[in-house]
Design a protein around this ligand. Structure first.
Ligand code: GDP
Ligand code: IMO
Ligand code: MG
Length: 428
């Protein structure tokens, strides 16, 4: 057996939640392997909408197990709130939502450090979601972190206090930063009870055994490959490895256990937060994409920056991830565009290239565009690829030809049912 992977090929918000929720019906286990509550994965079905931050997007499929892997960072307050919403919706999650003991905990003071350090950066701020992600991963690699499995240990309170004190002394560097820890700390401690009510597992043994037992496993990525700590647009990135390699680290599986890698891209491109975005349309056109696509953050509500699809960028992330099939989402957002542009190369210092430059944050990149005709019609009620308008098929075929990876799914709306499945492959 192998683990299939779904991840974002751009700067996040590609529609991972929707595709994972749809495909979960083919799997026994869905596992998150990195990130934390900076993620916001939107699912829509039966007239209902859910936004998941830490809980894997397989939770609404009855009988399916959902693992929060060791690579994830967990804020007990956010997780407890998410669980409360599941309870209110009547979702039977007990026994189906598992936590890896090795997942690290986000403390309230991690969030404060995130906010204080961002505001001190002024104009060069990352645009972080301020969920404490960076400081928590820093404590993990700095070997100071607290893990889920530590909560039950007798010295937990002492270790919590030591880490908190360290954070408070760091926060003293930012005298203008105000916070009220007592209330948040009380909420945090209370929320630990919710964590303790969930089943804790040694995720690496759990996954290993599941594979031996022939279980079908889907790994769900958060953020996007261009936000990867090593390969993204550093320093405007998140603090985890968002690419396929992150699955091995974030779940404890060997590289030879990776099966299909489903890369998700919107039919255009967005980014939220600061940092380079070569095909950004910071103008009326971008505003039109934002309105048509409802491009406002699922976690922070911030307007997303919008622009055209960027093939050099996609080729880069397809290469990094070993993508075996593509899912193109939000194609319906282009329904009213008479013409659609796609960047096929970059012009840098008068030279054309298809490679992303090392100094992407500093150089002036002029994308070279190819223009495609739009279909200018609704795609509602189209469920078969062959029934898509000719111009939409031409657009998709041009992408396939350029990217050299088959498109297996095309998403035509936010609802679970709005998906054209062309030829999806699942490891068995
Ligand atoms: P994720 O973080 O990758 O799971 O994506 P988000 O949930 O943050 O953002 C995707 C947004 O687009 C959500 O509001 C989805 O409901 C919506 N969405 C997903 N697929 C489609 C689609 O094919 N068409 C349209 N119009 N909206 C979509
Ligand atoms: P999903 O899983 C889009 C961005 C933030 C910021 C940078 C660092 O929903 O696709 P962080 O909070 O990690 O310190 O922020 O990364 N970012 C995302 N952008 N979608 C996400 O998740 C994101 N998670 C983080 O906007 O620019
Ligand atoms: Mg999102």
């Amino acid at each position: 057996m192998a683990i299939d992977v779904i991840l974002g090929l751009q700067w996040g918000d590609e529609g991972k939640g929707k595709i994972v929720d749809y495909l979960a019906a083919n799997y026994d286990i869905v596992a998150r392997f990195q990130g934390g509550p900076n993620a916001g994965h939107t699912l829509k079905f039966d007239g209902k909408k859910f936004v998941l931050h830490t809980v894997p997007s397989g939770i609404f499929r009855p009988g399916l197990l959902n693992l929060i892997g060791n690579g994830v960072v967990i804020d007990p307050i956010t997780l407890a709130a998410e669980i409360q919403k599941l309870e209110a919706a009547g979702v039977d999650y007990q026994g189906r939502l598992l936590l890896s003991r090795k997942a690290h905990l986000i403390l309230p003071t991690h969030r404060y450090l995130d906010a204080a350090s961002e505001s001190a950066k002024g104009k060069s701020k990352i645009g972080s979601t301020l969920k404490g992600i960076g400081p928590t991963y820093m404590d993990k690699t700095g070997r100071n972190g607290l893990r889920v499995g530590d909560i039950k240990r007798s010295n937990f309170e002492e270790r919590y206090r030591t880490l908190k004190e360290k954070h408070l002394s760091l926060l003293a560097i930012y005298p203008d930063f105000d916070f009220d820890l007592a209330e948040e700390e009380a909420k945090w401690m209370e929320s630990l009870e919710v964590l303790l009510s969930l089943q804790q597992v040694d995720g690496e043994y759990f996954i290993h055994q599941a594979l031996k037992d022939g279980k079908r496993i889907l790994a769900e990525g958060a953020q996007g490959s261009m936000l990867d700590i090593d390969f993204g647009t550093y320093p405007f990135v998140t603090s985890s490895n968002t690419i396929t390699a992150g699955v091995c680290i974030g779940l404890g599986v060997a590289p030879d256990k990776i099966g299909e890698v489903i890369g998700i891209s919107k039919a255009y491109c967005t980014r939220v937060g600061s940092g380079p975005f070569p095909t950004e349309e910071d103008n009326e056109l971008g505003e039109r994409l934002r309105q048509e696509g409802g491009e406002f953050g699922a976690t922070t509500g911030r307007p997303r920056r919008c622009g055209w699809l960027d093939l050099p960028q996609l080729k880069y992330t397809i290469m990094l991830n070993g993508v075996t099939q593509l899912a193109i989402t939000k194609i319906d957002v282009l329904n009213n565009f008479e013409s659609i542009q796609v960047a096929t190369a970059y012009e840098i210092d008068g030279q054309l290239t298809e490679k992303l430059p090392y100094d992407i944050c500093d150089v002036d990149i002029r994308p070279a565009y190819e223009t495609h005709r739009g279909w200018v019609q609704s795609l509602d009620n189209i469920t078969e690829y062959d029934n898509l308008p000719e111009a939409a098929q031409d657009y998709l075929q041009a992408l396939e030809a350029n990217l050299k990876v088959p498109i297996s799914m095309i998403s035509t709306g936010p609802e679970r049912s709005k998906l054209i499945v062309k030829s999806v492959k699942v490891s068995v």
